[in-house]
Design a protein around this ligand. Sequence first.
Ligand SMILES: Nc1nc2c(ncn2[C@@H]2O[C@H](COP(=O)(O)OP(=O)(O)O)[C@@H](O)[C@H]2O)c(=O)[nH]1
Ligand SMILES: [Mg+2]
Length: 239
Amino acid sequence: MDSSNKKKLLICRETDIICTGGVVFIGDGAVGKTHTALNLASYKKGSFYATDCTNLSKSVNLEFDYFILYSNIEKYKVTISSQLYILPGQKGRAEAGQGLAFEDAVDMYFNVRSINDIMALILTYSLADIRTFQNLEYWLDRAIDHELISDYTNVILLGTHLDHVISLDITDNMISDGEVFVKQRIDEKLGIEMSTDRISSVKISNLNRTGIDELQDSVSKAFFRAFEIEKFTQQANLE
Ligand SMILES: Nc1nc2c(ncn2[C@@H]2O[C@H](COP(=O)(O)OP(=O)(O)O)[C@@H](O)[C@H]2O)c(=O)[nH]1
Ligand SMILES: [Mg+2]
């Protein structure tokens, strides 16, 4: 990350490091973006969002939530404050008065994000619906066209509905091919060569919460890599 951005997004005081940044969910409608964000956001509170007791309507808008994670590296207490943005899965633009479709919400995102560059882009699909996995190509291209990916962004392929999988239509091989595809497409279209550790995949269930810990871990790793936290603490040690 270029150092002027890092200065705005990272505060270091004695033994405290605080960093902030955006985590953006994109993918088809009804794959579980909103519920995943709710589960991440309620993580520390020890509660979780049981998907079957809610009847959330389609998110024809730009949704926002946040979560805060703490960890320790050497003598430092690291606080990651991540801002979650969920973009609607409705393609194109909505008519006036009909809320926001993807293109409307992405424009709005650019106005509200201020200095919040994207540390993790979460390409979300349902493991129970292969079309939502195939459509990630469309969503990746939208993300590329809207410059949601920069030199330090990490990409997470997130499969939801793990509880709901009857047949394994989406195999682990397909997911790892997906990772390679993402890497190639980003290189081809943006000229950004992503190291393989910046692209990962996680499977979760919002119903029974399997995998939420792992997702949380992937998001914090994304921040650590984007801010080069380890390098930073070593450097600060020498000063
Ligand atoms: N069984 C199951 N249902 C889920 C899961 N995630 C989301 N849902 C349900 O799928 C529907 C769409 O979820 P939502 O979060 O609104 O999707 P979004 O349109 O991508 O934001 C809701 O009825 C959720 O209760 C999951 O992991 N397992
Ligand atoms: Mg939603």
